[in-house]
Design a protein around this ligand. Sequence first.
Ligand SMILES: Cc1cc2nc3c(=O)[nH]c(=O)nc-3n(C[C@H](O)[C@H](O)[C@H](O)COP(=O)(O)O)c2cc1C
Length: 436
Amino acid sequence: MSKKVQFGVMLHGPGGHMNAWRSADVPSDASVNFEHYKNITLKAEDAGFSFIFVADGLFINDKSIPHFLSRFEPLTLLGALAPITSHIGLVATVSTSYSEPFTIARQLATVDMMSGGRAGWNVVTSPLEGSAKNFSKDKHPEHSLRYDIADEHLSVVQGLWDSWEDDAFIRNKESGQYFDKDKMHELNYEGEFFKISGPLNIERSPQGQPIIFQAGASPKGSAFAARNADAVFTHAGTLEKAQKTYADLRKQAADNGRNPDEIKVFPTLQPIVGKDEQEVRERYEYIKNLVTVEEALAYLGRYFDHHDFTQYDVDAPFPELGDIGKNSFQSTTDDIKARAKENNMTLREVALEETTRESPFMGTYEEVADQIIEWIENNGADGFVLTPHILGDFFHDFIDKVVPILVEKGYYDTSYEGKTLRDELGLPFKENRYSK
Ligand SMILES: Cc1cc2nc3c(=O)[nH]c(=O)nc-3n(C[C@H](O)[C@H](O)[C@H](O)COP(=O)(O)O)c2cc1C
């Protein structure tokens, strides 16, 4: 049986909750603890998860989420995980605003080769202004320009990935022929932002090219995803919203001449599960109590490019912010502003809710399994990126208690579809543009 629902797991140290590091079931240094990453990855692989997904950021200050202050660089981490895994996909977040296409193409192709075709790239444009100062730039490019750069960056990387046709390397020891010169291609790209000749100094992997993930959700972000992404990581608080995003991405992909079945949609899934209603409530209360209002204000501020929310009365209605947030996590900040207004929320309520939002996937094991099936059956998702508040019991319980129910109901199986991440996601081998 093939999987009707697929799972990835977001690996960000102790978990998605800003104070996850304080929980007894994770090491306090989880974000730089390789054993922790290894254990989670191997358990996910054992459970047949399709991929691990490593998020990233390029700017910190003393208001940052504690475990963001010291964390592993994603591609280096994948390099270490590649040889100790054999089936699970390895997806890393890398910024198009602050990286060189040639370097990124090489690094991702290396992970792709080392893992036998299991690499993926979460293409992000980097929301935080302060990143510019870490990359010798005077100014952080504004939101729309960042996507223009991303378009060119990605097309250069994908062009470089086709530098060599699949049978270009002969390596015949007897004849002495190492490669076929006709199957080596220069890119000679010249655009508005990049000027790159190529060829890339590494061949293609068994899946042709790494998978492209995308996570931006503004109109420009989803247009970018619909043109380019094999898989999209989305936030959807309700099935209705998920259905809208799902239909919209597929439609936009089709409008771009793509097969809509070749863009897979993975909403985030933050499970809060338990054996009964009481345990679920207790677990939710536990994560709620892990954070103070002051910490929640700093957490909220990060989405708005570290806006200082302590200047407002926390019990007054959520402040009018004008364009603040538009140039950072635009889609997220638009959503926060709209929800605050719609529900007449105070700043305190918004800040606390952001750190520990009630998830639609909150309930007994059986209820959450049914909820997942409902989303899959009703065109809300192709799969989910599991983003547990804490990468300890919340994660283990999901795998040990919810996954077996999905298996029993015929929605999931723990085996793998093929050898590559493309095989696993049901995506075709990426043909080389020159061999077509
Ligand atoms: C679900 C989701 C996950 C994201 N993950 C990352 C990440 O790991 N690192 C990063 O720099 N940006 C991340 N972003 C930010 C985007 O790359 C983008 O810069 C930001 O969301 C603004 O684009 P948008 O308004 O189109 O969403 C994420 C955004 C979303 C919605």
